[in-house]
Unconditional design. Structure first.
Length: 268
Protein backbone atom coordinates (compact mmCIF):
# COMPACT_ATOMS: atom_id res chain seq x y z
CA UNK A 1 0.00 0.00 0.00
CA UNK A 2 1.18 3.57 -0.65
CA UNK A 3 2.73 5.60 2.12
CA UNK A 4 0.22 8.22 3.20
CA UNK A 5 1.63 11.76 3.18
CA UNK A 6 0.07 15.07 4.11
CA UNK A 7 -1.25 17.14 1.22
CA UNK A 8 1.15 19.95 2.18
CA UNK A 9 4.19 17.67 1.80
CA UNK A 10 6.05 17.74 -1.49
CA UNK A 11 6.36 14.34 -3.19
CA UNK A 12 9.82 12.83 -2.83
CA UNK A 13 9.36 9.66 -4.88
CA UNK A 14 8.05 10.71 -8.28
CA UNK A 15 7.44 8.26 -11.11
CA UNK A 16 6.48 9.07 -14.71
CA UNK A 17 4.94 6.40 -16.94
CA UNK A 18 4.39 8.58 -20.01
CA UNK A 19 6.94 9.89 -22.50
CA UNK A 20 5.41 13.38 -22.55
CA UNK A 21 5.24 13.51 -18.78
CA UNK A 22 8.88 12.34 -18.66
CA UNK A 23 10.04 15.46 -20.45
CA UNK A 24 8.29 17.80 -18.03
CA UNK A 25 9.23 15.86 -14.91
CA UNK A 26 12.91 15.53 -15.86
CA UNK A 27 13.10 19.25 -16.61
CA UNK A 28 11.25 20.66 -13.62
CA UNK A 29 11.98 18.21 -10.80
CA UNK A 30 15.26 17.65 -8.97
CA UNK A 31 16.76 14.35 -10.09
CA UNK A 32 16.99 12.95 -6.56
CA UNK A 33 13.19 13.11 -6.33
CA UNK A 34 12.66 11.21 -9.60
CA UNK A 35 12.45 7.47 -8.94
CA UNK A 36 11.65 6.32 -12.47
CA UNK A 37 10.79 7.50 -15.99
CA UNK A 38 9.20 5.59 -18.86
CA UNK A 39 11.40 3.48 -21.11
CA UNK A 40 10.62 5.83 -24.01
CA UNK A 41 12.55 8.57 -22.23
CA UNK A 42 15.69 6.92 -23.66
CA UNK A 43 14.34 6.65 -27.20
CA UNK A 44 15.86 9.53 -29.22
CA UNK A 45 12.99 9.38 -31.71
CA UNK A 46 10.42 9.96 -28.97
CA UNK A 47 12.26 12.03 -26.38
CA UNK A 48 14.96 14.69 -26.35
CA UNK A 49 16.10 13.93 -22.79
CA UNK A 50 19.10 11.84 -23.85
CA UNK A 51 21.82 11.73 -21.20
CA UNK A 52 19.51 13.27 -18.58
CA UNK A 53 17.98 9.82 -18.07
CA UNK A 54 21.18 7.77 -17.82
CA UNK A 55 21.12 7.49 -14.03
CA UNK A 56 17.35 7.21 -13.66
CA UNK A 57 15.50 3.90 -13.42
CA UNK A 58 13.15 3.23 -16.34
CA UNK A 59 9.78 1.48 -16.27
CA UNK A 60 7.37 -0.07 -18.75
CA UNK A 61 4.21 1.19 -17.11
CA UNK A 62 2.91 -2.00 -15.50
CA UNK A 63 1.04 -1.71 -12.23
CA UNK A 64 3.26 -4.30 -10.55
CA UNK A 65 6.53 -2.48 -11.22
CA UNK A 66 5.11 0.94 -10.35
CA UNK A 67 3.73 -0.32 -7.03
CA UNK A 68 7.12 -1.89 -6.23
CA UNK A 69 8.72 1.56 -6.54
CA UNK A 70 6.48 2.89 -3.73
CA UNK A 71 5.90 6.29 -5.36
CA UNK A 72 4.16 9.18 -3.64
CA UNK A 73 3.29 10.73 -7.02
CA UNK A 74 2.76 9.06 -10.39
CA UNK A 75 2.64 11.35 -13.42
CA UNK A 76 1.05 10.14 -16.63
CA UNK A 77 -0.67 11.38 -19.77
CA UNK A 78 -4.23 11.25 -20.99
CA UNK A 79 -3.63 8.10 -23.04
CA UNK A 80 -1.91 4.79 -22.47
CA UNK A 81 -1.56 2.47 -19.49
CA UNK A 82 -5.18 3.02 -18.48
CA UNK A 83 -5.40 -0.27 -16.57
CA UNK A 84 -2.28 0.74 -14.59
CA UNK A 85 -3.72 4.17 -13.83
CA UNK A 86 -7.02 2.63 -12.75
CA UNK A 87 -5.32 0.16 -10.41
CA UNK A 88 -3.07 2.81 -8.87
CA UNK A 89 -6.00 5.12 -8.18
CA UNK A 90 -8.02 2.27 -6.70
CA UNK A 91 -5.15 1.47 -4.33
CA UNK A 92 -4.89 5.07 -3.21
CA UNK A 93 -1.80 6.22 -5.06
CA UNK A 94 -1.65 9.86 -6.01
CA UNK A 95 -1.83 10.13 -9.82
CA UNK A 96 -1.44 13.31 -11.85
CA UNK A 97 -2.81 13.02 -15.39
CA UNK A 98 -1.51 15.65 -17.82
CA UNK A 99 -3.70 16.31 -20.88
CA UNK A 100 -2.11 15.87 -24.30
CA UNK A 101 -0.85 19.28 -25.41
CA UNK A 102 -2.18 20.49 -28.76
CA UNK A 103 -1.44 24.21 -28.27
CA UNK A 104 1.03 26.50 -26.55
CA UNK A 105 -1.63 27.28 -23.95
CA UNK A 106 -1.98 23.54 -23.28
CA UNK A 107 1.75 23.38 -22.54
CA UNK A 108 1.39 26.28 -20.11
CA UNK A 109 -1.50 24.50 -18.41
CA UNK A 110 0.55 21.32 -17.97
CA UNK A 111 3.51 23.28 -16.60
CA UNK A 112 1.22 24.80 -13.99
CA UNK A 113 -0.39 21.46 -13.14
CA UNK A 114 2.97 19.81 -12.60
CA UNK A 115 4.56 22.63 -10.61
CA UNK A 116 1.48 22.79 -8.39
CA UNK A 117 1.94 19.08 -7.68
CA UNK A 118 5.73 18.97 -7.20
CA UNK A 119 6.42 22.48 -5.94
CA UNK A 120 8.26 25.47 -7.34
CA UNK A 121 11.89 26.46 -6.97
CA UNK A 122 14.09 29.15 -8.50
CA UNK A 123 15.23 26.88 -11.31
CA UNK A 124 11.76 25.79 -12.39
CA UNK A 125 10.43 29.33 -12.11
CA UNK A 126 13.26 30.59 -14.33
CA UNK A 127 12.65 27.86 -16.93
CA UNK A 128 8.92 28.49 -17.05
CA UNK A 129 9.37 32.27 -17.15
CA UNK A 130 11.73 31.86 -20.11
CA UNK A 131 9.18 29.67 -21.91
CA UNK A 132 6.46 32.27 -21.39
CA UNK A 133 8.71 35.10 -22.57
CA UNK A 134 9.85 33.23 -25.68
CA UNK A 135 6.32 32.27 -26.70
CA UNK A 136 5.12 35.85 -26.15
CA UNK A 137 7.64 36.93 -28.78
CA UNK A 138 5.67 34.92 -31.34
CA UNK A 139 2.39 36.81 -31.79
CA UNK A 140 -0.41 35.32 -33.83
CA UNK A 141 0.29 36.40 -37.40
CA UNK A 142 -2.26 38.74 -38.99
CA UNK A 143 -0.69 38.91 -42.45
CA UNK A 144 -2.84 37.93 -45.41
CA UNK A 145 0.08 36.12 -47.02
CA UNK A 146 0.20 32.63 -45.56
CA UNK A 147 2.84 30.36 -47.08
CA UNK A 148 1.92 26.67 -46.99
CA UNK A 149 3.73 24.47 -44.46
CA UNK A 150 3.60 20.68 -44.47
CA UNK A 151 4.79 18.39 -41.70
CA UNK A 152 5.26 15.25 -43.79
CA UNK A 153 5.75 11.99 -41.98
CA UNK A 154 6.83 8.58 -43.23
CA UNK A 155 4.54 6.83 -45.71
CA UNK A 156 2.78 10.09 -46.53
CA UNK A 157 1.11 10.98 -43.24
CA UNK A 158 0.42 14.64 -42.51
CA UNK A 159 -0.50 16.23 -39.20
CA UNK A 160 -4.16 16.69 -38.35
CA UNK A 161 -5.46 20.25 -38.00
CA UNK A 162 -5.66 20.20 -34.19
CA UNK A 163 -2.09 18.99 -33.71
CA UNK A 164 0.73 20.82 -31.97
CA UNK A 165 2.88 21.06 -35.15
CA UNK A 166 -0.01 22.64 -37.07
CA UNK A 167 -0.85 24.97 -34.19
CA UNK A 168 2.73 26.22 -34.03
CA UNK A 169 2.92 26.66 -37.80
CA UNK A 170 -0.33 28.62 -37.86
CA UNK A 171 0.75 30.68 -34.86
CA UNK A 172 3.88 31.94 -36.60
CA UNK A 173 2.09 32.67 -39.88
CA UNK A 174 1.81 29.57 -42.05
CA UNK A 175 -1.16 27.94 -43.65
CA UNK A 176 -1.33 24.15 -43.27
CA UNK A 177 -2.97 21.39 -45.25
CA UNK A 178 -4.84 20.43 -42.10
CA UNK A 179 -6.49 23.84 -41.89
CA UNK A 180 -6.85 24.47 -45.61
CA UNK A 181 -8.67 21.19 -46.21
CA UNK A 182 -10.14 20.74 -42.70
CA UNK A 183 -8.24 17.52 -42.04
CA UNK A 184 -9.60 16.52 -38.64
CA UNK A 185 -7.64 13.29 -38.29
CA UNK A 186 -4.15 12.18 -39.20
CA UNK A 187 -4.33 11.85 -42.95
CA UNK A 188 -2.34 10.18 -45.69
CA UNK A 189 -1.61 12.14 -48.87
CA UNK A 190 0.14 10.78 -51.94
CA UNK A 191 3.26 12.41 -53.31
CA UNK A 192 1.65 13.49 -56.57
CA UNK A 193 -1.02 15.45 -54.68
CA UNK A 194 1.67 17.03 -52.52
CA UNK A 195 3.56 18.12 -55.63
CA UNK A 196 0.40 19.77 -56.98
CA UNK A 197 -0.20 21.59 -53.68
CA UNK A 198 3.33 22.98 -53.87
CA UNK A 199 4.16 23.72 -50.22
CA UNK A 200 6.49 26.61 -49.46
CA UNK A 201 8.06 24.86 -46.49
CA UNK A 202 8.29 21.20 -45.58
CA UNK A 203 9.46 19.29 -42.55
CA UNK A 204 10.26 15.61 -42.96
CA UNK A 205 9.79 13.58 -39.81
CA UNK A 206 11.97 10.67 -38.76
CA UNK A 207 12.89 8.98 -42.02
CA UNK A 208 13.38 5.38 -40.92
CA UNK A 209 16.45 5.01 -43.11
CA UNK A 210 17.42 1.75 -41.46
CA UNK A 211 17.11 -1.09 -43.95
CA UNK A 212 15.18 -3.18 -44.73
CA UNK A 213 12.25 -0.96 -43.66
CA UNK A 214 9.82 -0.36 -46.53
CA UNK A 215 9.43 3.26 -45.49
CA UNK A 216 13.12 3.84 -46.25
CA UNK A 217 12.33 3.05 -49.90
CA UNK A 218 9.38 5.45 -49.81
CA UNK A 219 11.65 8.29 -48.75
CA UNK A 220 13.73 7.73 -51.89
CA UNK A 221 10.76 8.07 -54.25
CA UNK A 222 11.63 10.30 -57.26
CA UNK A 223 8.54 12.45 -56.69
CA UNK A 224 9.60 13.19 -53.12
CA UNK A 225 13.17 13.90 -54.21
CA UNK A 226 11.80 16.39 -56.78
CA UNK A 227 9.63 18.06 -54.15
CA UNK A 228 12.52 18.38 -51.72
CA UNK A 229 14.78 19.74 -54.44
CA UNK A 230 12.53 22.71 -55.12
CA UNK A 231 11.08 23.32 -51.64
CA UNK A 232 12.64 24.94 -48.59
CA UNK A 233 13.14 22.38 -45.83
CA UNK A 234 13.51 22.57 -42.10
CA UNK A 235 14.47 19.89 -39.63
CA UNK A 236 12.40 19.92 -36.47
CA UNK A 237 13.35 16.84 -34.44
CA UNK A 238 10.19 14.86 -33.72
CA UNK A 239 10.59 15.03 -29.91
CA UNK A 240 10.42 18.84 -30.01
CA UNK A 241 6.71 18.73 -30.79
CA UNK A 242 5.47 15.17 -30.45
CA UNK A 243 4.97 16.28 -26.86
CA UNK A 244 4.44 19.76 -25.56
CA UNK A 245 7.43 20.67 -23.41
CA UNK A 246 9.90 23.47 -22.79
CA UNK A 247 11.77 22.19 -25.84
CA UNK A 248 8.79 23.09 -28.02
CA UNK A 249 10.00 26.69 -27.98
CA UNK A 250 12.91 25.54 -30.17
CA UNK A 251 10.43 24.24 -32.75
CA UNK A 252 8.66 27.61 -32.65
CA UNK A 253 11.90 29.47 -33.29
CA UNK A 254 12.84 27.17 -36.19
CA UNK A 255 9.53 27.85 -37.95
CA UNK A 256 9.65 31.56 -37.18
CA UNK A 257 13.12 31.85 -38.68
CA UNK A 258 12.10 29.82 -41.74
CA UNK A 259 9.16 32.14 -42.39
CA UNK A 260 11.36 35.22 -42.11
CA UNK A 261 13.81 33.68 -44.58
CA UNK A 262 11.02 32.86 -47.05
CA UNK A 263 9.79 36.44 -47.10
CA UNK A 264 13.32 37.81 -47.20
CA UNK A 265 14.06 35.71 -50.30
CA UNK A 266 10.86 36.91 -51.98
CA UNK A 267 11.90 40.53 -51.50
CA UNK A 268 15.35 39.95 -53.02
Amino acid sequence: MPTISLASELPKRIVSINVCADQLVATLVEQERIISLSYLSRDPNSSWLGSLTEKIHINHGTAEEIISLNPDLVVTGAFGFRPTVSILKRLGYRVLELPFAKTIDDISTNLNLLTNAVGNNKKTNALIDRFYEETKKVPISTTEVLPLFVNYETNGWISRDDSLPNHIAQRVGFNTIGRQYEVLTSHKIDLEALLILGPDLINIGYQWNESPALVSEYMQHPALEELLRRTKQINVPDPYWLCGSLKTQDAILILKQAREELFSNRKN
